[in-house]
Write a protein that binds this ligand. Sequence first.
Ligand code: HEM
Length: 255
Amino acid sequence: MDRVIEAYTDVTAEGKKSRTPAKLDKWLTASGVILALFMMGHMMFVSTILLGKDVMHAVTKAFELDFIFDGGVPFIVSIFVAIISAIFIVHAILGVRKFPTSYKTYIKVREHAKLMNHKDTSMWMFQWISGLVMMFAATIHLYIMFTQPQNIGPYASADRVVSEHMWLLYMVLLICVEIHGSVGLYRAAMKWGWFDGANPKETRAKLLNVKKLLSYFFMTLGVITLLAYIKIGIEHSDNVGEKYVPTSHSKVLEK
Ligand code: HEM
């Protein structure tokens, strides 16, 4: 019962201020940092298609641990997806607490942001709108990755993007995730004072620049990568379902 009182009022049954909201905020930051770092790695992995189909194929197989199990085991990717999904769900549940609970509250926050011309408040508004969009869009993507880990590769991924019309979902996700991630990291650094140093004001300006740089870099990389999958997907649209055979294998087959 005490815990229920704490959860709803931030005050314990004994009338003391509860530490629960602060603890939940720490878990929100921790899960967010893990997801942001994962997304940077994810973008690097997905963009290996820019280095060639063989490179992307080799990376995909490495995730299936083909250096241990001959030919790779796609189920290993499903386990990884399940772990990321669990962190994503925890982060979303903790984040929902921060949503305005009614239209009235939303209007108040919006007016406040406009009145103060306060960048950080506007950023916070983008955080929960993009978070809400991602709760739906990322769930679809994660479900497909979990149930079809065998369909990841230069042709299978490009077919999904073009012939299975995932490009639109990816475009929306890309915009949301890159901005949500960089804004999230910036806000977390500000909130917990990670890099405050001697001059917090100067640090804040520097952090804002790093945030912008991160957003631009990953957004550009994401768009170019998506275009590369679209190009391959269009070229491969008459052979949907055919799996990519790496150059080294096709040479062996030709002999
Ligand atoms: C372990 C979990 C995940 C795996 C294995 C994974 C894998 C992939 C793969 C293989 C692609 C290439 C296209 C395709 O095959 O359909 C892709 C694209 C993409 N994924 Fe994920 N993903 C994961 C989690 C996430 C999450 C949590 C998000 C965002 C919240 C996300 C956002 C995206 C976006 C935006 C693209 C398009 C990238 C681009 O613009 O080029 N993914 N993902």
